[in-house]
Ligand binder design. Structure first.
Ligand code: SAM
Length: 268
């Protein structure tokens, strides 16, 4: 990935808004999952539920090596290591996220299992076939799907499970959204039907492509509004009032134009 694109992504997450995300999603920077079991859950609780769903889908075992490609502030990696006892290398292009994740692992006494790297997930500092499993947890749309999957293929062992959560462009997505979204959030969202073809082309077998739009995107805008009310005072220490409105508008735009997939693949 070009250095400037990587820096733009890092700046997005290191910005005051990025810190608001860390605050209201509670150490994670992914959206949530709400169904009849947890319809009243908060934004952070919904994000925890999505992490748990992903953990349940991994096949990683105690003592094996897992890669978290685009690891954010480290919340999902901590939860996975606690649940499975695996070793995890997490990578993020944000230096701030990486330092926070390292600190979190040390404070929890889990730095024997958790290693966080500041770098480019498209150029992992490791040999071929290093990992027994991995995931792109709401990060692949920043990287370019094909390039990201080719690098994942290089670093995963044969038969390893790769999980992906991916926001995809709805067929009704507006031209305006497509035009401004890459500029605003440095992401290239793709239509849903790139799967399973893009997996096959990059050396993966598609195990499951699950559309969970109704459990992720439908409730999201309201959950965010509620969280902005609940955390109002803390948010206002980070950003001015107008920024909250802008941010909420941005998420309404996401919810109107994006669907959400949980993808399970196996390296061939
Ligand atoms: C929406 S956040 C998700 C963070 C984390 N997976 C989570 O669920 O909390 C996207 C993450 O991808 C990271 N990222 C995007 N492109 C990257 C790249 N090429 N190399 C490393 N990290 C990248 C960002 O720094 C950020 O941490």
């Amino acid at each position: 990935m070009s250095r400037s694109h990587l820096e733009e992504i890092a700046e997005l997450y290191d910005s005051a808004e990025g810190h608001v995300g860390n605050l209201i999603f509670d150490g994670q920077v992914h959206w949530g999952y709400w169904d009849e079991r947890n319809a009243d859950a908060s934004l952070a609780e919904g994000a925890d539920r999505l992490t748990q769903i992903m953990i349940d889908k991994t096949t990683i075992e105690k003592g094996q090596k897992f890669c978290d490609l685009g690891c954010g502030w480290g919340g999902p990696a901590v939860a996975l290591a606690k649940a499975k006892g695996c070793y995890i290398d997490g990578i993020t292009c944000s230096g701030e996220q990486q330092q926070n994740a390292v600190k979190k692992a040390q404070e929890l006494g889990m730095d024997d299992l958790l290693n966080f790297i500041h770098g480019d997930a498209l150029n992992m500092p490791c040999k071929d076939q290093t990992y027994d499993g991995g995931w792109f947890f709401e990060s692949i749309f920043h990287m370019g799907h094909r390039e990201a999957l080719l690098e994942a293929n290089r670093i995963l062992k044969l038969g390893a499970t790769l999980l992906i959560t991916d926001a995809y462009l709805l067929s009704t997505a507006s031209e305006d959204f497509k035009e401004h979204t890459s500029r605003r959030v440095h992401s290239r969202f793709m239509p849903k039907d790139i799967y399973p073809g893009v997996l096959e082309e990059t050396g993966f077998e598609a195990v499951e492509v699950l559309d969970v739009t109704q459990y992720v995107m439908r409730p999201l805008a309201q959950k965010l509004k509620d969280a902005c009310v609940a955390y109002r005072e803390e948010i206002l220490k980070l950003v001015p009032e107008e920024a909250i409105d802008d941010w909420l508008w941005g998420f309404e735009d996401f919810c109107a134009n994006l669907g959400y997939l949980l993808v399970t693949a196996r390296k061939k």
